[in-house]
Ligand binder design. Structure first.
Ligand SMILES: Nc1ncnc2c1ncn2[C@@H]1O[C@H](COP(=O)(O)OP(=O)(O)OP(=O)(O)O)[C@@H](O)[C@H]1O
Ligand SMILES: [Mg+2]
Length: 587
């Protein structure tokens, strides 16, 4: 289960993600080096002072005072630089937190629909958010603990070698042992840490599920079972936590032993060397002070291995997301029409979804004249929704082209031409906010009057006025407080408010009863003037008045004409659909 991580790849990916902070990080590392070097000066001055005291002469009093003040000054300077360093680390960490989240969010919003269809987005978002938290923790520990400790150890070792070879050797001997034990214990408890993390997710999932579906839980008297399930997972977290901390504590005994052995060795060497006259007492105090500091800071890097392991997956995920490009390319100097006429033409268009071998559209050819009403009908899976989405350029055809006012869609600025087209999808998405804001989503600056007018045309006014808070009613997560038909009418009002030149209804009346459907049909009559309307519908009553009807089957237009024309043909697919529907109407 434990995946070895590729450290080189990991650091490359992390470095790529932190691109905006690179320069700051490099400067910070220099600051860290400076601070760690400055922090050695204080103890060194102490050594000088001690040696002066031991060799006390009255005329030396002046220079002792001088060194005491120098020590004070150098400590102050070191603390000042340490402050600047900490401040800058803080900047880097908060900065990266900010832009990593921003980049991930804007990438997600801008990637094409086909990307979102192949990924389970809901899950991803949670993971990305957690990933950013992990990276922040890692960064904090690297900037505050690991890098400073690393340089501190290097400086301390070099200086100790300079003071005396044996001191240096002692550090060089004990530090690697300590680091080795740290890595070892991290490796041992890592699987359990992963378990804590996984089970934690599972527990929060269980808690949510049992509360969200509380109705079902209660109606089937499953409260006890839910409680039992949750306790079991929670128990596993506790067991793992005890193991992790238990093991770490045991190994801490070992690590403390290593440090104590180091201390003792330095003392032994020190006293021996003083006795032999190789070092002064001041030098020994100096060696003890700096080695003590370095050994203690070793404890601070205990969790780095874990943190790298934990953040390796999110780092890779964010890195890949960053590389992801939208399949729909927006041309650099695309046409930005001031307005469009609304003529649409499919020329020999073929399209297959990436995960589907069967072509959804096959050499599709048709023409829609401006300001007409065109209907698409046909069996499920025939390609109607695909056509609608292609007009919006959610996907590009693999063969052929789609023309809007005689220009290939790919020549337009993506956002410019989309402004003139609205789709009312079958499953209207609503945001967890008020009805007013939901309708106004297509035109955020709309006045309440305009919003109300759109709602009236969409036949949504009546039910909205019946709600306690009217247009200010909160619709809840995913619009749970609205019925399917109500959601659909919100979607229609939203599209009407946008006042598009091309309006596409994709089964927009499928969730409505016959009466409401009739009202929507009336609404369509009202708004079809001076715009191109495309209606996809199973209910043929909706499309009777269309100027042109296309019957789509297996991604091809198999029949076309007006309702009258098609209904007259004896063995047409359209005729069959009519007959079937008449039957179901009676039933
Ligand atoms: N996101 C997708 N990924 C893969 N294949 C898809 C996707 N959407 C649709 N398809 C496939 O493309 C074909 C056409 O689907 P489309 O949704 O356009 O049909 P439709 O005519 O709108 O059907 P319905 O009347 O049921 O809404 C179907 O075979 C379907 O399985
Ligand atoms: Mg469809």
């Amino acid at each position: 289960m434990q995946k070895e991580i590729n450290l080189k790849q990991f650091s490359n990916q992390l470095w790529a993600l932190l691109k905006p902070s690179r320069q700051k990080i490099i400067i910070l590392v220099f600051l860290i080096i400076l601070v760690e070097a400055l922090q050695l000066i204080g103890p060194y001055i102490l050594k000088i002072i001690i040696d002066l005291i031991l060799d006390f002469k009255t005329e030396g009093l002046g220079s002792i005072s001088f060194w005491i003040i120098a020590m004070f000054m150098s400590n102050q300077i070191a603390s000042l630089f340490a402050y600047v360093k900490d401040r800058r680390s803080l900047d880097i960490v908060t900065d990266s937190d900010y832009y990593l989240a921003n980049n991930a969010q804007s990438k997600m919003v801008e990637l094409s629909l086909s990307y979102h269809e192949k990924e389970n987005t809901g899950n991803k978002i949670v993971k990305i958010q957690r990933g950013i938290d992990r990276i922040r923790d890692l960064l904090l520990s690297l900037l505050w603990e690991v890098i400073p400790t690393f340089f501190q150890i290097i400086f301390t070792t070099v200086v100790l070698f300079w003071v005396n070879f044996w001191f240096g050797l002692t550090i060089l001997f004990f530090v690697p042992i300590f680091v080795w034990i740290t890595l070892k214990v991290n490796k041992i408890v890592h699987p359990q840490r992963v378990q804590i993390y996984k089970k934690g997710e599972e527990a929060s999932g269980l808690m949510t599920q049992s509360i969200v579906n509380i109705n079902t839980v209660k109606s089937f008297v499953q409260e006890k079972m839910e409680i039992k399930k949750f306790r079991k997972v929670n128990r596993a977290i506790q067991d793992n936590a005890i193991q992790v901390f238990g093991t770490s504590m045991k190994f801490n005994l070992l690590r403390t032993l290593v440090i104590n052995l180091g201390r003792t060795t330095i003392l032994f060497f020190g006293i021996y060397l003083i006795w032999k006259g190789f070092v002064t007492i001041g030098s020994l105090v100096f060696a003890i002070t700096i080695s003590e500091k370095a050994l203690i800071s070793l404890f601070r890097i205990s969790r780095v291995y874990d943190q790298i392991m934990e953040s390796s997956e999110p780092v890779a995920r964010l890195f890949e997301l960053d590389l992801e490009t939208s399949e729909i390319k927006n041309p650099k100097y695309g046409i930005k029409p001031k307005k469009i006429v609304g003529g649409i033409e499919f020329k020999n268009v073929s399209y297959a979804y990436s995960d589907n071998r069967r072509k959804a559209l096959k050499n599709l050819d048709f023409k829609i004249v401006p300001n007409s009403m065109t209907a698409f009908v046909g069996p499920s899976g025939g390609g109607k929704t695909t056509v609608a989405r292609m007009i919006f350029r959610h996907y590009d055809p693999q063969e052929g082209k789609i023309l809007l006012d005689n220009y290939d869609l790919r020549e337009y600025d993506l956002y410019a031409f989309r402004n003139f087209i609205s789709i009312v999808p079958q499953d209207v998405e609503v945001f967890s906010t008020s009805i007013q804001k939901n309708i106004a989503y297509s035109k955020p600056k709309a006045t309440l009057k305009e919003i109300k007018k759109a709602a009236r045309i969409a036949n949504a006014e009546e039910f909205i006025n019946n709600l306690e808070e009217g247009y200010d009613t909160q619709v809840g997560e995913r619009g749970v407080k609205l019925s399917g038909g109500q959601r659909q009418r919100i979607g229609i009002a939203r599209a009407i408010l946008a006042d598009p030149q091309v309006l596409i209804f994709d089964e927009a009346t499928s969730n409505l009863d016959s009466y409401s459907e009739k009202l929507i049909q009336d609404a369509m009559e009202k708004i079809r003037a001076n715009r191109t309307v495309i209606v996809i519908a199973h209910r043929l009553s909706t499309i009777k008045k269309a100027d042109q009807i296309f019957v789509l089957e297996n991604g091809q237009v198999v029949e076309k004409g007006t309702h009258q024309e098609l209904a007259q043909e004896k063995c047409s697919l359209y005729k069959k659909l009519i007959d079937l529907q008449k039957l179901s109407d009676i039933e």
